[in-house]
Design a binder for this molecule. Structure first.
Ligand code: HEC
Ligand code: HEC
Ligand code: HEC
Ligand code: HEC
Ligand code: HEC
Length: 374
């Protein structure tokens, strides 16, 4: 017994001494850690995301250096403070670390982008859990004359349940609100509006509760999904928040795509939403020309890279709703299949950034597919 305890402590202690903070969390939160490891947030750095690397390579350089660190790798202090980008462990393992997100105290509004205000504490974390209030510290309680020992909260850190930003989703808005270029032009266009009366928040839609315990010490049935439901993972689940409405006339039919989220869809530069329409008529399959949702950034009427943009050449994004007309007559007996999906980067973007070799990046990811019979 003494031997087992000793080795447990040696393993835990060795973990606590590494530079990689998120690895420490892995010991007690293994499921959350493995999801996080596959997430867009762990992959947000230039070294983990080839699109980011290509865009930074093409970006003009000045004395400010690597300004992307503010949102893409804020856990790398050297990159954040001095704009120096180097291939270190933080860039690879935890550019946006567990500790970083869980110590965001407040969000400061800014013209070109917002800023996260951190507590700087290493062992006191904010989280949201309905019904819990105040700060929790580790307690053990012995009952039944010392036979049963119960522990509450975490032996490694304190927890603070009182930060409103974690309940409303505002904790995401330090990085996700807007990213303006030097011409005060927003190149990300999420256009999100948080209303506390909304049924869903950034967290309930993108970090839904999924099966598996949130911590090894006290078993819970579910935990908040840290892989981030969205483009990388669980894209088909996101279709739940998008509705199609179809109506037909004698010469055409229209599809209304209704967006039930609190933000615009597909607004990131070079991103593309695609609506495919396929009709089964007798033994034939007819594929119509897909509709593309995108925002093309321009200057003086010509498409340019995001940092040069001053205007939009085209904006076919889905804000609250968008109606698309297909000039095709539907007949009785027709079966129409609508499929809405997203490409992380458009074919045009792939060409501009010379990423043709990586097919994974421009893969069509299905969000929703539905059939209609006439
Ligand atoms: C020695 C084990 C241990 C380590 C290491 C650990 N935690 Fe925890 N953590 C716990 C326990 C136990 C809870 C309490 C869960 C509860 O109250 O049901 C907890 C709860 C949490 C919560 C709040 C969950 C909730 O809903 O109550 C957050 C957030 C959290 N930990 C983050 C972290 C982060 C970030 C790290 C790494 C820096 C970390 N933890 C490292 C054991 C640990
Ligand atoms: C104010 C915060 C912020 C800054 C500063 C910032 N970004 Fe981003 N970036 C984001 C967010 C948030 C996303 C995800 C947006 C989305 O998916 O709609 C993103 C997404 C991206 C993507 C798309 C990645 C993909 O795989 O789809 C690229 C590429 C990118 N940023 C490059 C850069 C570069 C290069 C810089 C620095 C010159 C930079 N960003 C600066 C917040 C920022
Ligand atoms: C992008 C920001 C972000 C990152 C990175 C992040 N978390 Fe979280 N985490 C959150 C938010 C927001 C919640 C609150 C979820 C909720 O309301 O249930 C949360 C919830 C939790 C919980 C409680 C789970 C539950 O179901 O209530 C634990 C434990 C936790 N995080 C640990 C971690 C660990 C460990 C890591 C790194 C491996 C990590 N987090 C990385 C934002 C983040
Ligand atoms: C009602 C559910 C819902 C809510 C609430 C919600 N989202 Fe989304 N979000 C979606 C759907 C659906 C998509 C489209 C599928 C996709 O691209 O992942 C999406 C896409 C995104 C994207 C990718 C955008 C792009 O460029 O393609 C980001 C980033 C994002 N959401 C962040 C947020 C943030 C931050 C909040 C809180 C302000 C939020 N979401 C609230 C459902 C939601
Ligand atoms: C420290 C800045 C930061 C914070 C805080 C942050 N994000 Fe992100 N997020 C990013 C960046 C940067 C990207 C783009 C990563 C990439 O692909 O390069 C991103 C990508 C995303 C995406 C699109 C990619 C995907 O996986 O579908 C979604 C959705 C998203 N974040 C949701 C959230 C939510 C929800 C929160 C709040 C709980 C949050 N983010 C908090 C920086 C942040």
């Amino acid at each position: 017994m003494r031997y087992i305890l000793l080795s447990i402590f040696t393993i835990m202690f060795a973990g606590f001494l590494t530079a990689n903070e998120s690895k420490v969390c892995q010991k007690c939160h293994p499921i959350i850690f493995s999801e996080y490891y596959e997430s867009s947030h762990r992959n947000a750095s230039a070294y983990n995301n080839p699109i980011h690397q290509a865009m930074w390579d093409a970006h003009p350089k000045d004395e400010k250096g690597y300004t992307c660190a503010k949102c893409h790798s804020p856990s790398d202090a050297e990159a954040l403070k001095n704009g120096k980008l180097s291939k270190n462990e933080t860039q690879l393992e935890e550019p946006i670390s567990c500790v970083y997100c869980h110590t965001i105290k407040d969000i400061e509004d800014g013209d070109s982008s917002n800023t996260n205000i951190s507590t700087g504490k290493q062992k006191e974390f904010y989280t949201a859990e309905e019904g819990k209030k105040g700060k929790a510290e580790y307690k053990t309680q012995t009952s039944w004359f010392g036979l049963v020992k119960e522990s509450k909260s975490s032996p490694y850190h304190k927890i603070d349940y009182d930060n409103k930003n974690y309940y409303s989703g505002n904790v995401c808005m330090g990085c996700h609100s807007h990213t303006n270029n030097e011409h005060s032009f927003d190149i990300s266009m999420l256009d999100a509006v948080i209303d506390e009366k909304d049924e869903n928040s950034c967290v309930t839609c993108h970090m839904p509760q999924v099966l598996g315990t949130k911590v090894t010490i006290n078993e819970s049935k579910t935990h908040a999904y840290h892989g981030i439901a969205g483009i990388y993972h669980k894209s088909k689940n996101m279709g739940e928040y998008i509705d199609f409405k179809v109506s037909k006339s004698s010469s055409e039919f229209s599809v209304s795509v209704i967006n039930k989220s609190n933000h615009a869809l597909f607004g990131q530069a070079f991103r593309q939403g695609i609506l495919k329409a396929e009709i089964k008529r007798d033994a034939k399959t007819i594929e119509l020309k897909p509709f593309i949702f995108e925002r093309i950034l321009a200057k003086d009427g010509k498409e340019v890279m995001p940092w040069d943009a001053k205007e939009t050449l085209k904006d076919s994004l889905i804000y609250a709703k968008r109606e698309i007309i297909f000039a095709y007559t539907l007949k009785k007996g027709d079966r129409l299949t609508l499929t809405l999906g997203v490409q992380r980067i458009s074919d045009e973007g792939i060409k501009k950034l010379k990423l043709e070799d990586n097919k994974e990046l421009s893969k069509f990811r299905v969000l929703k597919s539905e059939q209609f019979s006439f």
